[in-house]
Design a protein around this ligand. Structure first.
Ligand SMILES: Cc1cc2nc3c(=O)[nH]c(=O)nc-3n(C[C@H](O)[C@H](O)[C@H](O)COP(=O)(O)O)c2cc1C
Length: 103
């Protein structure tokens, strides 16, 4: 079951198995490297952080919550996504769901 696989790939963190939706960002380094060289890797990480921060803000407007996740099993998640883990690999994920404390 997908939910169980998501929890396992997230090292036992339960929320990716319960969320209404989980965003998973992947990087394809070549798309940055051809222009930015070694600095590409810094920019990829910055981009992922910015887009996830915007997800936090968007969640607030719909009375939902998210939690950035960077602790996961790299190979397991990449395999689950069907990406090769070399030219394309997961870098960040964020489950989104309604908060019980908010109405
Ligand atoms: C880069 C990054 C990685 C994170 N990885 C995880 C994670 O794997 N598991 C988790 O529960 N929270 C993770 N978090 C969320 C933090 O634990 C924390 O909840 C979040 O930064 C909000 O913190 P605050 O509530 O103290 O403002 C991560 C946050 C960031 C910025």
């Amino acid at each position: 079951m997908l939910a169980e696989k998501m929890v396992h790939a997230s090292l036992g963190q339960s929320y990716p198995g319960k969320a209404a939706v989980t965003f998973i960002w992947v990087g394809i380094p070549y798309r940055m490297e051809w222009r930015y060289g070694l600095a590409a890797h810094k920019v990829i990480a910055l981009d992922a952080g910015h887009v996830c921060q915007n997800l936090y803000l968007a969640c607030e407007t719909i009375k939902s919550g998210t939690c950035a996740i960077a602790a996961y099993d790299q190979e397991e998640l990449d395999e689950l996504l069907g990406i090769d883990g070399e030219d394309e690999f997961s870098i960040y994920l964020a489950p989104v769901g309604k908060l019980k404390s908010k109405t």
